[in-house]
Ligand binder design. Structure first.
Ligand SMILES: Cc1cc2nc3c(=O)[nH]c(=O)nc-3n(C[C@H](O)[C@H](O)[C@H](O)COP(=O)(O)OP(=O)(O)OC[C@H]3O[C@@H](n4cnc5c(N)ncnc54)[C@H](O)[C@@H]3O)c2cc1C
Length: 276
């Protein structure tokens, strides 16, 4: 049960969505966008949700797209992890999504919800950071398309009333060689101890991480160390790990030292695979 009354809206166009947000906001209803609802419903059940209105994005035509448009793969923000996996148009993204929660929940979780939710892992952002994806954002100030590597800084940096409508990925990236690994403490279906997505692009390795710091990230400085073949593999990995953009997590999933040990082992195996 959700112990909270709220209004529910399901617009079909970007313009209507923004108008509804503006109207509800002016009425003081603290509107929230709704994707798959897995996080919103959990928060509602725990009385951690403060809103007078939910705006469901699932019927907006632009947010349901999943297709190639010229040289770009366009993925609407309401597309579910299951749809991404079944169409398999971007195999690295399919695999990252297929290791989030279980099949039933993957039928609900949307790409936009995973990218914009409050939980720190957001594992679907990793392939998007590696492929220099573009984010199409709509909001009261209009529409903008921006590189994910500039708008995703620890989390999606959205203005008031803005929402992610689409992700656009250049075709050249979707078939690049890749390795995805997710290591958990024990069960297969749970939050990551460490999750790493890597991609080989133009002879170099790109790497993005979740579960390592308090936010998902791709670090160019770490990639430079990982790609420095003048050093031994151990030195490359040690130097890269020294450059994580925040403290390495120490929590119930694992201590900082244990995480470092796992990252070293995983990177060693991944780099060997990609360089072969
Ligand atoms: C059992 C379980 C295990 C999980 N394990 C993992 C895991 O290991 N790794 C991982 O990364 N995730 C995991 N998740 C998923 C994650 O924690 C969120 O539940 C999920 O990503 C939210 O997606 P949703 O579409 O249901 O979003 P919703 O619940 O609909 O929304 C979540 C938030 O995002 C906002 N939002 C939604 N769509 C948009 C949009 N298009 N633009 C702007 N804001 C938007 C909403 O306003 C809300 O604040 C797990 C979830 C569950 C239930």
């Amino acid at each position: 049960m959700i112990p909270l009354n709220f209004e529910y809206y399901r617009p079909e166009t970007l313009a209507d969505t923004v108008d509804i947000f503006d109207k509800l906001d002016a009425e003081g209803k603290q509107p929230m966008y709704y994707g798959g609802g897995t996080e919103i419903i959990s928060m509602g059940r725990m009385s951690n949700l403060t809103t007078g209105a939910l705006i469901d994005l699932k019927e907006i035509a632009d947010c349901k797209v999943l297709e190639y448009q010229q040289e770009q793969l366009v993925i609407g923000s309401s597309v579910t992890l299951t749809q991404i996996h079944e169409t398999n148009l971007f195999p690295l993204l399919s695999q990252a999504g297929a290791r989030i929660a279980d099949h039933t929940i993957q039928n609900k979780i949307t790409l936009g919800g995973n990218l914009c939710g409050t939980i720190i892992y957001k594992e679907t952002v990793l392939p998007l950071l590696l492929s220099d994806s573009q984010v199409f954002i709509a909001g009261p100030g209009g529409q903008r398309t921006v590189p994910i590597n500039s708008v995703f800084k620890e989390r999606m940096q959205l203005g008031k009333g803005e929402f992610v409508a689409q992700i656009k990925v250049d075709k050249k990236y979707v078939s690049c060689p890749y390795v995805h690994v997710k290591q958990t403490k024990q069960d297969k279906i749970t939050y990551p101890l460490v999750s790493i997505c890597t991609m080989a692009v133009s002879g170099g390795i790109r790497a993005a991480f979740s579960g390592v710091c308090g936010f998902p990230f791709r670090s160019i400085a770490m990639e430079e160390e990982l790609n420095d073949r003048s050093r031994s593999m151990e030195q490359r990995i040690d130097k890269a790990i020294d450059l994580t953009p925040g403290p390495i997590l120490a929590d119930l999933e694992g201590s900082m030292e244990y995480r470092k040990f796992i990252i070293k082992g995983l990177l060693n195996s991944i780099i060997n695979q990609l360089e072969e």
